[in-house]
Design a protein. Structure first.
Length: 109
């Protein structure tokens, strides 16, 4: 799927993986995400490259991906492009609230 956060932004190809009763996973397939020159790693990304789009409890499986996850991924990409220029993450969230995504895979358990 292609996402372009704003008309002046790059077009990104993302892969969304979702199975019932799990968190949706979103990765950027193309282009490869770059680092800001002063950064050691990408902000708000889980190990393995999944984008960190929401805090625990902000999404549940009764919500539509088209009105939550996809717009949030587009917003993440906009913040990413700003970060590439400024070196400062302008999005919300924690530096990384969850180091282990496996704890989020099955929230009902």
């Amino acid at each position: 799927m292609s996402l372009q956060p704003a008309p002046i932004c790059q077009i990104y190809t993302v892969q969304v993986t979702y199975r019932h009763r799990t968190w949706p996973r979103v990765i950027v397939v193309d282009p490869e995400l770059e680092l800001h020159p002063r950064a050691a790693s990408l902000p708000h990304v889980y190990p393995g490259g999944d984008l960190c789009l929401h805090l625990p409890g902000e999404w549940n499986d009764s919500m539509y991906l088209a009105t939550t996850i996809l717009p949030w991924a587009s917003e993440w990409l906009l913040h990413y492009e700003l970060w590439l220029v400024t070196g400062r993450w302008s999005g919300s969230g924690h530096d990384h609230a969850v180091a282990n995504q496996s704890a989020l895979i099955n929230p009902a358990e």
